[in-house]
Design a protein around this ligand. Structure first.
Ligand code: NDP
Length: 500
């Protein structure tokens, strides 16, 4: 029996997951659906492969990861076309996504030894006869679960760092983008043909759930907050540590001394790129009273120029057909509660497309301000000053990224945002800076990918002490005498007893 095809909605046919273009319904991929036993078998295979991979050492892994990076860079047009077909994203946006992912592979490969490799750690006077050694050892097999909105960037943000740290990876791509996930894994297998160090398992959410319970040593999840909670609950059964990169509702603050042209340009890009289906997308703006009107005018002019359509347009289709209902509900609710569309509005929703929509004066308790919309829509509200802007930006349980435009106070304001990241005088930039950690607070999750923290996330700290000489002040032994204890007391008072 063949089910009715809704463009973009994945189907299972004869044990295969079939993904289709949300714009045209064209088939993009057909991958075998994994059973629970298949997932367990993949993790078993990965265990042996992980031992082999860890045994290559940092230099061996670096060479192979750099070769993988090279293949991705050389074949980026082919991958961008697949990302475009399967998810609907404009090819230009796919190229930017792939470039960012390639940079992360490069940095992780080149820096893993420095950040995770064995090193000597200085001791202190109290254990002066010992030296300390520290290294970050691989977990073994890391499970990676990814979303569809950045099907290259998000899994690589975890997988490249996990691989560089010496782990094998079993990856469950989103059911909307399995072909992109398999493409990444196949290209890795070309440069590492010896062992299944990086594998994909395909299917619906139950396959992700099976991966959580498959015996992986750590689980890195990127997706919605609701699913993150299920993943954490499943992993809790076996005390499997989790890294959760979840949803967001990022705000931009525009101060009175901001460059308004630059702010509007970054706002339109940050809110509308990938049709607004970006975890760190700008969904809310708080502009101070003095610049509010001029800023809104510029945003409307720039956003109004964008084209919408299947090929060659600035804004592609909504990838997940069911998301259109969420976007429609947010716009309708905002308008019903007194919000004013200054661009787009309820008529902008024309499935599978949503035209850019800018809403002003939207009540702070409306869904469009409080919930993740994940569409090419934006609310812009007027505030008295940056203090009020920060208060409103921080009022939600999400806390992923954010952006601040201004001169004098901008960095200080960015530091006050309750979020894992912020960009000053740009939007979304932190995602591409491989040297900086990426992750959220509150409902946006915890743990970090990217940068040194991102590498450490995939290694277990292993501490070793080594005795160099006889102890002058023996303490951790039954051989110590009452006189030794008295000397310990005296030493403790000398070392720590003075001052406050
Ligand atoms: P979902 O949470 O629906 O799905 C994410 C992944 O989890 C998919 O592979 C999904 O499989 C899988 N999954 C579903 N149910 C389960 C389960 N019970 N156990 C384990 N895995 C499961 O998110 P979306 O794919 O819709 O992605 C959009 C969301 O991702 C947005 O909220 C966005 O903000 C967030 N995101 C966060 C990022 C960050 O870095 N913080 C980056 C990018 C996106 P299937 O697709 O087959 O259902």
């Amino acid at each position: 029996m063949t089910a009715v095809r809704v463009p973009g909605t994945p189907l299972i046919e004869d044990g295969r997951l079939v993904s289709t273009s949300p714009a045209t319904g064209e088939e993009a991929g057909r991958l075998p659906v994994a059973t629970e036993a298949d997932v367990r078998a993949a993790v078993e295979r990965a265990r042996a492969a992980g031992d082999w991979w860890a045994g290559l050492g940092f230099a061996g892994r670096r060479d192979r990861l750099l070769r993988w990076r090279g293949v991705l860079a050389r074949r980026m047009e082919e991958l961008a076309d697949l990302v475009h077909t399967e998810g609907g994203k404009p090819v230009g946006d796919a190229v930017v996504e792939i470039l960012t992912a390639v940079e992360h592979i490069d940095w992780a490969a080149r820096n893993a030894r420095r950040v995770l490799g064995p090193r000597r750690v200085r001791s202190r006077l109290i254990l002066a006869e010992f030296t300390g050694h520290l290294e970050y050892q691989p977990y073994g097999v890391v499970g990676v679960i990814g979303p569809w909105n950045y099907p290259v960037f998000t899994p690589i943000g975890s997988a490249a760092y996990a691989l560089a740290a010496g782990n094998a990876v079993v990856f469950k791509p989103s059911e909307y983008t399995p072909a992109v996930g398999q493409w990444l894994v196949d290209r890795f297998a070309e440069v590492v043909p010896e062992q299944p160090v990086f594998q994909a398992v395909h299917g619906l959410g139950d396959v992700g759930a099976a991966l959580c319970r498959s015996g992986v040593a750590k689980l890195a999840f990127t997706g919605s907050t609701a699913t993150a909670k299920k993943v954490m609950a499943a992993c809790a059964e076996t005390l499997t540590p989790v890294l959760l990169e979840a949803g967001g509702k990022d705000a931009m603050i525009v101060d009175s001394d901001a460059d308004l042209d630059a702010a509007a340009e970054a706002c339109v890009w940050g809110a509308l790129t990938n049709a607004g289906q970006t975890c760190i997308g700008i969904e809310r703006v708080y502009a101070v009273d003095q610049v509010f009107d001029a800023f809104v005018d510029k945003v409307v002019t720039k956003a109004g120029r964008l084209t919408v359509g299947p090929d060659g347009a600035d804004i592609g289709p909504i990838t997940m057909p069911s998301q259109v209902d969420v976007i429609r509900r947010h716009i309708d609710d905002a308008v019903a509660r007194g919000g004013r569309p200054v661009l787009g509005g309820p008529d902008a929703v024309q499935p599978p497309y949503v035209h850019p929509t800018v809403l002003v004066d939207v009540p702070e308790d409306s869904a469009a301000v409080r919930e993740e919309t994940f569409g090419p829509t934006l609310t812009v509200n007027r505030v008295r000053d940056v203090d009020e802007a920060v208060e409103r930006a921080n009022a939600l349980s999400y806390g992923l990224g954010g952006s601040v435009f201004g001169r004098k106070r901008a960095v200080a304001v960015a530091r006050r945002l309750r979020s894992g990241m912020a960009s000053v005088n740009s939007a979304l930039t932190f995602a591409g800076m491989s040297t900086l950690p990426f992750g959220g607070v509150g409902d946006s999750g915890f743990g970090r990918i990217h940068g040194e923290d991102g590498l450490r996330e995939f290694g277990r700290a292993k501490s070793v002490t080594r005795r160099r000489a006889r102890s002058l002040l023996p303490s951790m032994t039954f051989e110590r005498t009452p006189a030794d204890v008295a000397r310990l007391v005296k030493a403790a008072k000398l070392m720590y007893g003075r001052g406050r």
